[in-house]
Design a protein around this ligand. Structure first.
Ligand code: IPE
Ligand code: IPE
Ligand code: MG
Length: 235
């Protein structure tokens, strides 16, 4: 497999189309979510092999809480189970695992699983895998603004720079995504990383998430490698 030489530092993925994938096969939506876990595994495996420093996934949005209880429940259980099942793999491949989002809405059981896997992998030095869970871009910006306002009242000082604000977001210390991939043909941001995608390259693919495996990932990286990033300047 030919890997492009210009790889992104941080690839983020909006994993979409699980429900449609299941429906096409006459199955329940959750079946698509189960199969989607295999795609996450395949992408991480490729990321480790190709030495991509950060790969993040939009796993559950704040808006997704509005789905039927049974689907929400299944998704939450699936995530807890999947992260525990991957722990040995993470340790073997030096993967640091993180969950970012609105923790307050997660169950105690899931928070315990998250703490266990994050704690165990915290010192790993290879790929960082981030799961955005109960996350939305506007929520992140609001919680950051609240924290920053508090600090500014305590320590008024020089004017705030964009880098200062970034430090209050849940992604503090993580480089902004170079590439954002969205599967399933939808071409929107759906309240994902709004601040952090200011100069991100977008790749949209019709492939449904459960079908997105190593070759589809390589193709998206190939598309990214051909992009000309100018950041507002002239080359
Ligand atoms: C993405 O697949 C997974 C989540 C949003 C949790 P969907 O469940 O949105 O699948 P579609 O878009 O309905 O096909
Ligand atoms: C975005 O997918 C959220 C995740 C992938 C977690 P949705 O399926 O929820 O987005 P919309 O509703 O089509 O915009
Ligand atoms: Mg969807």
């Amino acid at each position: 497999m030919q890997i492009p030489d210009k790889l992104p530092t941080h690839v983020s993925i909006i994993m979409d189309g699980n429900g449609r994938w299941a429906k096409e096969r006459g199955k329940e939506r959750v079946y698509g979510h189960f199969e989607g876990v295999e795609s996450v595994r395949a992408v991480i495996e490729a990321g480790v092999e190709w030495k991509i420093p950060y790969i993040s996934f939009f796993a559950f949005s704040e808006e997704n809480w509005g789905r039927p209880d049974a689907e929400v429940q299944t998704l939450m259980e699936l995530m807890g189970r999947a992260m525990l099942a991957e722990l040995d793999n993470f340790m073997e491949h030096d993967v640091r695992f993180m969950v970012l989002g609105n923790r307050a809405r997660l169950s105690d059981a899931l928070k315990a699983d998250i703490d266990k896997v994050m704690g165990a992998t915290a010192a790993n030095k290879g790929l960082t895998m981030i799961l955005f869970l109960s996350y939305s871009g506007r929520w992140d910006i609001l919680q950051a603004a609240e924290k920053m306002a508090h600090d500014l009242i305590e320590h008024p000082g020089r004017p705030v720079q964009p880098e200062d604000f970034s430090r209050y977001l849940v992604t503090a210390g993580i480089p902004d995504p170079d590439l954002l991939i969205r599967t399933s043909g939808e071409q929107r941001i759906s309240n994902y990383l709004l601040w952090q995608t200011a100069y991100t390259e977008f790749v949209f693919t019709d492939t449904l998430w459960p079908d997105f495996r190593k070759e589809a990932f390589r193709e998206a990286l190939q598309t990214y490698a051909l992009r000309d990033r100018r950041f507002g300047k002239i080359k």
